[in-house]
Design a protein around this ligand. Structure first.
Ligand SMILES: O=C(O)Cc1cc(O)ccc1O
Ligand SMILES: [Fe+2]
Length: 446
């Protein structure tokens, strides 16, 4: 084993131990507070004349100051240096990261991809980001983008922040340890992590490689959906969302800070780590959520309900019920519908659907939709069960059936997802996807 490999192995062990020992503060959108050093949080005010322990007080807002209290998100950070103390940012290469406005010709075809290929050695989370497509415009704070990552190195002396949107990270293989301004979060496949707009973080790998999906939400921050007649409980329960506890880095060495701003990457070299928040309080935080905690609701009589009942998080727009983007999960559940075609039905949807698979299989597709891959069924494109699934489900004996062989998800968005050139030309784009619906024969005879 080379010295480099040995050092990486030791770092990995340390990261795994850290991940296991992390403490969290629970509750979606709660007023959390945390201090890594006792006495670092001021009492009774946010901005005393001199903040405790010589720290700098700084507010980070996620909503306009004047948004109604129920929607308002902000946190106060008490840090070694104020964020304002930084050198100029300069444009750096965007790599395979693309951003709205997406200007390619919108494609009405159903598209499906295999997983991203192996990255070159030394590829970290940030440099591995590869954009599938998106919609809207980050400067209008509306729309979203779908990215994939496939990394085999940790970010050590560089951190990332995205001024264009919050990042919903959906790992598919390999765990991640996110070092954020608010503290550390560990996230494994079957869990998700969210990093709010502008929050700086670096990604350390908990395995030799890590692969997954990212929804970059340019719009209003994700919230839990209203429950309506479901009642006061159900779907994703607020207490299962975990915020970090404060932890800070004291590194007085050069750190590259990369900022996505207006669609491009900009970088500045700081003489220290900006992950230097000693204490914080507020309701704008990164968080993790375990999708296995999702309380799945479905029919106990007949018909296949619309997948909106599987919504984990929604980014609302000014139109009630119309999401900028929903994050929807197809988690293990029982199917008991009588006289019902149980898998997803054939449909054309005004919303646009990007789907990914964390593990196993998905009940609308017999094969070809694989973990780490993805599919895009854009506005009004006709899709649903493939022929094999249709035949099987039409003939199945309708005994109670547990669907527990996979975990799929969907980013469902109000506008068509316009693909990037690289996604449209990729080797891992499955040519011939239309064929999964071939052979759906005429049965009707007049
Ligand atoms: O297309 C898909 O597989 C997603 C989906 C699932 C479902 O249960 C109903 C509608 C729908 O779009
Ligand atoms: Fe669909």
């Amino acid at each position: 084993m080379s010295d480099g490999e040995q050092a990486r192995g030791t770092a990995r062990e340390l990261a795994r131990k850290t991940a296991q020992e992390l403490e969290y503060s629970s509750g979606f959108g709660n007023e959390h507070s945390s201090e890594a050093v006792t006495g670092a949080l001021p009492v009774g005010r946010n901005s005393p004349q001199r903040a405790p322990l010589g720290l700098y007080a700084e507010q980070l807002s996620g909503t306009a100051f004047t948004q109604p209290r129920a929607h308002n998100r902000r946190s106060w950070l008490y840090r070694v240096r104020p964020s304002a103390a930084h050198p100029a940012f300069h444009r750096v290469d965007n790599g395979a990261l693309r951003s709205g406005p997406f200007t390619a010709v919108p494609d009405p075809n159903r598209l499906r991809w295999n997983p991203l290929p192996e990255p070159p050695a030394g590829t970290d989370f940030l440099s591995s980001l590869w954009t599938v497509g998106g919609n809207g415009d980050p400067l209008q704070r509306s729309g979203m983008a779908v990215h994939l990552y496939h990394a085999n190195a940790s970010m050590t002396d560089r951190v990332f922040s995205d001024a264009d949107g919050e990042l919903l990270i959906v790992p598919e293989s390999g765990g991640l340890l996110l070092h954020t301004e608010f503290g550390r979060l560990a996230v494994e496949p079957s869990q998700i992590a969210l990093v709010p707009r502008g929050v700086r973080f670096r990604v350390e790998l908990l395995a030799d490689a890590a692969r997954g999906y990212v929804c970059e939400n340019y719009g209003a921050p994700f919230v839990l959906p209203d429950l309506g007649p479901i009642g006061a409980n159900g779907l994703a329960n607020p207490r299962d969302f975990l915020a970090p506890t404060a932890a800070f880095e004291e590194a007085e060495r050069e750190v590259e800070v990369v900022n996505k701003y207006g669609g491009n990457l900009w970088a500045a070299r700081y003489p220290h780590s900006p992950l230097d928040v000693v204490a914080w309080h507020g309701n704008l935080t990164p968080y993790v959520y375990d999708l296995r905690r999702f309380n799945v609701i479905g029919t106990i009589s007949y018909d296949h309900p619309d997948p909106s009942i599987f919504t984990v998080l929604t980014s609302p727009t000014d139109t009630p019920g119309l999401a900028n983007v929903d994050f929807v999960v197809f988690a293990p559940r029982w199917l008991v519908g009588e006289d019902t075609f149980r898998p997803p039905y054939f449909h054309r949807n005004v919303m646009s659907e990007y789907m990914g698979l964390v593990e196993g299989a998905y009940d609308a597709k017999a094969e070809g939709f694989v973990p780490g891959g993805g599919s895009l069924h854009n506005m009004m494109s006709a899709h649903g069960p493939d022929r094999e699934t249709f035949d099987r489900a039409s003939a199945a004996e309708l005994v109670p059936q547990k669907v527990d062989d996979g975990l799929a998800f969907m980013f469902e968005t109000r506008w068509p997802v316009v693909c990037t050139e690289q996604a449209g030309a990729a080797d891992h784009l499955q040519r011939g996807y239309d064929d999964v619906w071939r052979g759906l024969e005429r049965h009707f005879r007049s």
